[in-house]
Design a protein around this ligand. Structure first.
Ligand code: F6R
Length: 615
């Protein structure tokens, strides 16, 4: 996810920006840049120097060292591409037509296309493919000599998520920050101020930090930091004293990246939906903008992925078949690549699921599907990845970087993307009523809060995990979506705790796997609301009869396993698709805490790589 930093004070800005950007590197990024308001020679107008690198911060630092801008006001950025490839022109800071207003941004501006068209019609010239560039132009369009008022007026027009740091060459002693649905903090030093997307960037300089609220703007001058709303109403911000050391700050205070990323799940779920779903359940994907008649032509859907992304594909298979009523098939990409499938000409869609966009088998599967006549779409977290480039269209996850080797938040974003695709297909095929669409929209929109609710129960989950961490074998079982989630629960446990775990359907249990069960072989059973819930309850009775301990995930209000399962974990009553997401988060936290209990290297498990770029 992008990192931003701004500085105004007594010291030279450039070295501070350079150091802060180095500390923001951990967030993951593809390019970087800074803008510094240079001290003008006597009688000359103010001048801003921009330095950018289309690659690493170290390259930016080399450039800055070779040509060091001098000035006490500056902004810097590490960019994680969301709109537009990671190129020099797309790197931030961005500016207006007259190089007067400079902006760095973290987030996604949902309505940027309409704003850009409006600004272009009014004569503004754009130089990048980014959504961010509308911000300086919009401020310019509203500028009547007062920078802060122009910023407020511009931000009122913007929908989506932003954390911004900005300055204007006309106001050499004013640094402005603003946030909506993206974090921003203001560091208070001695006669100096910092604006940053997280505390990591500024921790060596100050421990006194103001946390900006949603929709608030901060105007920083040598006299202090004034916080207000977009309507100009003054706000008393919360001042906190930070007691982190640097290494903690890299992980935002969490012990592991995996845990941090699980805690980012509510935001990942919200980001995957942002700007894509209307109140009536109409779905649009900007980079996969297929007209309805073409979408209707797809009579079959193939979903490809590996590991956790294959489990997402399996959920998608059930959803598309159920909601849209067309054949859907999930396949392990490494198997698919060696098969000789046939596709009906022009009528097949291949959905390729890959967080990194670089998994070798998945890419070959994508090429194979394309060659054989399927239309392809990559669902990926990395904008300029090979999958995004090679597929006909892309659905971006917008989850921000995932650093822990085990995929967590990006799986949730994959599932949301597939739900939206399923809803889109169901709509064009006339398989879903307006009333049902409203129900689904309501349930999807409530999901970030529900996910937050599960994450907030971490201690409860950790206690259960501690109790189960002594076992060396686990079986996970479920049916339908619950089967895909059972497989996912098992892979999470295997990869970070090295405990043997397998996933089987409830129906398959009696065809072999049940023979292994005894009092030392616990079963995690996904028994939340679904058409096959009662069948799962019967399965749990069969398991208990073999003396195996059972941890059952059940829906609140359902008492059928009380006193039967060894432990029940009660989930909120939600739509089945939403429930699959909540069950996933619970099982991720369970696996995480088992691994921590066993003292394993959670973020970098042995033998595994984040991105498997070889077959
Ligand atoms: C498991 C995990 C892996 C990946 C798999 C595919 O937690 O992270 O199983 O899901 O290697 O990776 P992507 O999605 O990058 O193609």
């Amino acid at each position: 996810m992008c990192g931003i930093i701004g500085y105004l004070g007594d010291q030279e800005a450039t070295p501070i920006l350079m150091e802060s950007l180095k500390r923001l590197e951990y967030r993951g990024y593809d390019s970087a840049g800074v803008a510094v308001l240079e001290m003008p020679a006597a009688g000359k107008a103010n001048h801003t120097s921009i330095t950018k690198s289309e690659a690493k911060v170290d390259m930016l630092i080399e450039k800055l060292k070779a040509n060091m801008p001098t000035g006490k006001l500056g902004i810097g950025h590490t960019r994680w591409a969301t709109h537009g490839k990671p190129t020099y022109v797309n790197a931030h800071p961005h500016t207006d037509c007259h190089n007067r207003i400079f902006v760095v941004h973290n987030g996604i501006i949902e309505n940027f296309a309409e704003l850009k068209a409006e600004l272009q019609a009014a004569g503004h010239e754009f130089t990048s493919d980014t959504d961010t560039e509308v911000v300086p132009h919009l401020i310019e369009a509203n500028y009547k000599g007062d920078f802060l008022s122009a910023v407020r007026a511009a931000l009122k027009r913007i929908r989506g998520a932003y954390a911004l740091a900005m300055f204007s060459t006309d106001d050499p002693e004013l640094l402005i920050g603003a946030r909506l649905n993206a974090p921003l903090v203001v560091g208070l030093g001695d006669h100096e101020y910092y604006i940053a997307s997280d505390i990591t960037a500024i921790i060596p300089y100050t421990k006194r930090v103001l946390v900006l609220g949603e929709g608030e703007v901060v105007a920083v001058t040598p006299l202090g930091a004034q916080v207000s709303t977009l309507d100009g109403v003054s706000v008393q911000p919360k001042l906190i004293h930070v007691d982190w050391d640097l290494s903690q700050a890299q992980k935002g205070g969490y012990r592991h990246f995996m845990l941090k990323e699980i805690h980012e799940s509510p935001e990942a779920v919200a980001n995957a939906m942002r700007g894509r779903l209307t109140d009536d359940g109409i779905v649009t994907f900007r980079e996969f903008d297929v007209p309805d008649e073409e979408m209707r032509r797809y009579r079959e859907v193939l979903l490809l992925g590996m590991g956790t992304s294959l489990h997402a594909a399996m959920v998608g298979e059930y959803i598309i078949e159920d909601w849209a009523g067309i054949p859907a098939k999930a396949m392990d990409a490494s198997e698919f690549r060696y098969r000789r499938p046939t596709f009906s000409e022009d009528g097949s869609l291949a959905v390729v699921l890959t967080q990194s966009g670089e998994t070798a088998d998945t890419l070959v599967g994508l090429h194979q599907a394309k060659q054989r006549g399927a239309r392809t779409v990559a669902v990926t977290n990395v904008v300029a990845s090979s999958a995004a480039r090679d597929a006909d269209g892309a659905i971006y996850l917008h989850s921000g970087p995932e650093i822990g080797v085990a995929s967590t938040k990006t799986l949730l974003a994959h599932l949301i993307s597939l739900y939206l695709l399923g809803l889109r297909m169901a709509t064009v095929h006339g398989r879903v009523s307006l009333e049902r669409r409203h129900e689904l929209v309501e349930s999807l929109r409530a999901l970030p809060d529900h996910v937050e609710g599960i994450v907030a129960r971490e201690n409860e989950i950790a206690k259960i995990a501690k109790k189960y961490s002594r076992y060396r074998n686990f079986m996970y079982t479920g049916r339908g979506l619950g089967y895909a989630i059972a497989l996912e629960g098992a892979i999470k446990l295997k990869e970070i705790s090295y405990i043997h775990a397998e996933g089987v359907t409830g129906g398959e249990l009696k065809h072999g796997p049940i023979a292994m069960l005894d009092e030392n072989f616990p079963v995690i059973a996904v028994c939340t609301s679904s058409a096959t819930k009662d069948k799962m309850v019967s399965n749990v009775h069969e398991i208990v009869a073999r003396s195996a301990p059972v941890l059952a995930l059940v829906t609140e209000g359902d008492h059928s396993l009380d006193g039967v399962a060894t432990d029940v974990f009660v989930m909120p009553a939600v739509e089945e698709a939403a429930g699959a997401i909540l069950n996933t988060v619970m099982l991720q936290l369970f696996a995480y805490h088992v691994a921590v209990e066993l003292g394993q290297d959670v973020d970098q498990p042995r033998n595994l790589a984040k991105s498997v770029t070889v077959e």
